[in-house]
Design a protein around this ligand. Structure first.
Ligand SMILES: [Cu+2]
Length: 161
């Protein structure tokens, strides 16, 4: 019963702002920005993303779907998609993340340098993440933090303009 009550409270907390926000926009207003653009790409055994350039608008919502194409075991070949803050030392991040196997190869002490990331996808698996594109225009680098992959060239650019 207590559990149920907590769930109800949680829903109320989540829904009230939602309805309140909707109530404020009258007819003819632009609907809340709930459209999400889906961008799909593969990660290959050659340690590459099949898409290395994405252009997005500030504040746009996008979903990245990453599929690993491989017959190798996951421990040997897996990929993730990690969008880094601008101005991060990518090599340092990649090097420190090699040690962080238990954290999906994301260095816990450097997580504040990450804007958005997926889990690791082994061969045949698809992972995804939905996030809001940063407001600040410019180029953001996304990488795969599986050991050796960033240094092998597994990266791409998200351009916000
Ligand atoms: Cu990779």
């Amino acid at each position: 019963m207590k559990y149920l009550k907590n769930i109800t409270t949680l829903f109320t907390l989540l829904l009230v702002p939602f309805f309140a926000a909707n109530a404020l926009s009258g007819p003819g207003d632009t609907p809340p920005n709930d459209e999400v653009r889906v961008i799909e790409m593969d990660g290959t055994d050659q340690m590459k993303f099949t898409r290395t350039q994405i252009t997005a608008k500030p504040g746009e919502k996008i979903t990245i779907k990453l599929t690993t194409v491989s017959k190798l075991p996951k421990a040997a070949m897996a990929h993730n998609w990690v969008l880094m803050q601008k101005g991060t030392d990518l090599e340092n991040f990649a090097n420190k993340s090699v040690m962080a196997r238990d954290n999906g190869y994301i260095a816990p002490e450097l997580e504040d340098q990450v804007i958005a990331m997926t889990d690791l996808a082994g061969g045949g698996e698809t992972v995804e993440v939905t996030f809001t594109v940063p407001d600040e225009k410019g180029n953001y680098t996304y990488i795969c933090s599986f050991p050796g992959h960033f240094l092998g060239g597994m990266k791409g650019t998200l351009t916000v303009e």
